[in-house]
Design a protein around this ligand. Structure first.
Ligand code: ATP
Length: 225
């Protein structure tokens, strides 16, 4: 039996939108993941400003993942005590302790996040816990010149070169890991844009159940209908 392949997909999910779900499903399809854990982050270290309460983001995400049995919501990245930031590398370490030792972890991010990777806390440590899967996002270049690999992490070889999945073997201080690109994802949607639009009207790029939740709970400045 081959090792269980599990995706970890962290984010603010404020609110979750169809771009998130498309990326999670595409990663599951392309990398053969049995499960993808979508984990709302308690406090995102690189983002400032108000976010909807953690419990509301969890509830919205639960509604958004219902259509695909491979997707599930994980609380592994819940708010840390005393307002400390949530660092992905620590979350992945915690997650590893909960999973069967033989499971293989794939950390899923969008191209915009990938371009900030060298600013993440202990970014090279992340590769000791997990492979990385990067989904294309309109407006963010995935060519090598734009990569922000953390110091100490280098490309050893290109091992897969299909139009729907490019794979590279990376070297990092503790060993090697894989980096995959999914170049054909083209969901032109962001949560910031949706928060602005939801103040005025429903948005077709959000699951209708999530839109109803937002209205009912009067999130993002929208009133109940
Ligand atoms: P915001 O607009 O508030 O920055 P967002 O839409 O980027 O939010 P996040 O919850 O911050 O959503 O994103 C979580 C992860 O999903 C990030 O790694 C981000 O790159 C990725 N992601 C979000 N939207 C898309 C999209 N349309 N296509 C590909 N990846 C995406």
């Amino acid at each position: 039996m081959r090792d269980m392949r599990i995706g970890f997909f962290g984010g603010s999910f404020d609110p979750p939108h169809l771009g998130h779900i498309a990326l999670a499903r595409l990663a599951a399809d392309r990398l053969g993941l049995e499960r993808v854990l979508l984990a709302p982050v308690g406090r995102q270290p690189l983002k400032h400003g108000d976010v909807a309460p953690f419990a509301d983001r969890v509830a919205m995400l639960r509604l958004a993942v219902e259509t695909d049995p491979r997707l599930e919501v994980s609380l592994v990245d819940a708010p840390m005590p005393e307002g400390q930031p949530n660092y992905t590398v620590d979350t992945l370490r915690r997650l590893r302790l909960e999973l069967p030792p033989a499971s293989r972890l794939y950390c899923i991010i969008g191209a915009d996040s990938f371009l900030t990777l060298n600013k993440w806390h202990d970014a090279s440590g992340l590769f000791a816990e997990s492979d990385l899967v990067v989904g294309a996002r309109p407006g963010f270049a995935l060519d090598e010149a734009a990569w922000a690999l953390p110091s100490g992490v280098t490309v050893e070889s290109k091992v897969e070169d299909r139009p729907e999945c490019r794979g590279y073997r990376l070297r990092h201080p503790q060993g090697s890991a894989m980096l995959y690109f999914l170049p054909d994802l083209a969901e032109e949607v962001s949560a910031t844009e949706i928060r602005l639009e939801l103040q005025a009207r429903a948005d077709e790029r959000v699951d209708p159940a999530v839109t109803a939740y937002i209205r009912e709970h009067e999130l993002y400045g929208g009133g109940a209908v």
